[in-house]
Write a new protein. Sequence first.
Length: 133
Amino acid sequence: MSDFNALLKSSFAEIEEPIDAGFTVNVSHGVARVERAAKVRSWTQTVGVMAGAAATAWGLYSVVGVFAPDLIAAGSLEAARLQNAISNGPQLSAAAETAGVGLMQSIGLGMTQILLATGALVGGAVAYRAAQD
C-alpha cells in the first residue's frame, strides 16, 4: 500500500461514513440540470428542423403550383405524340418500305444507264491512250 493510501485510510479511520456536506446532492442536481438543458435543446432543435422542413415544403408546393399546369400540358402533349407514333408505326414502316423499294428500283434502272455510260467513257479513254502510244 502506498503512503498516500495509508494516510487516507488513517484520516478517515475515526469516521464511519464520511460526510460530504451535500456534495453528492449538489452533483446530482447539477447533472439533472445539464440533462434537462440537453433535453430542452434537443426538443428545440427538433421543432426548428420541423419548421424548416415545413417552410421548404410550402416553398416547393408554391413553385410546383406555378409550373405544374405547363409541365402537365407539355407532358400530355408528348404522351399523345408518343402514342400516335406507336400506333402509326406499322403504317409508317410500310410507307417507308414502299418508298425504299421504289427508290431502289429507280436507282437500279438508272444504274444500268450510268454503268453503260461510264463503261463507254473508260473504254474510249483506254482506246485513246493505246492509240497514243
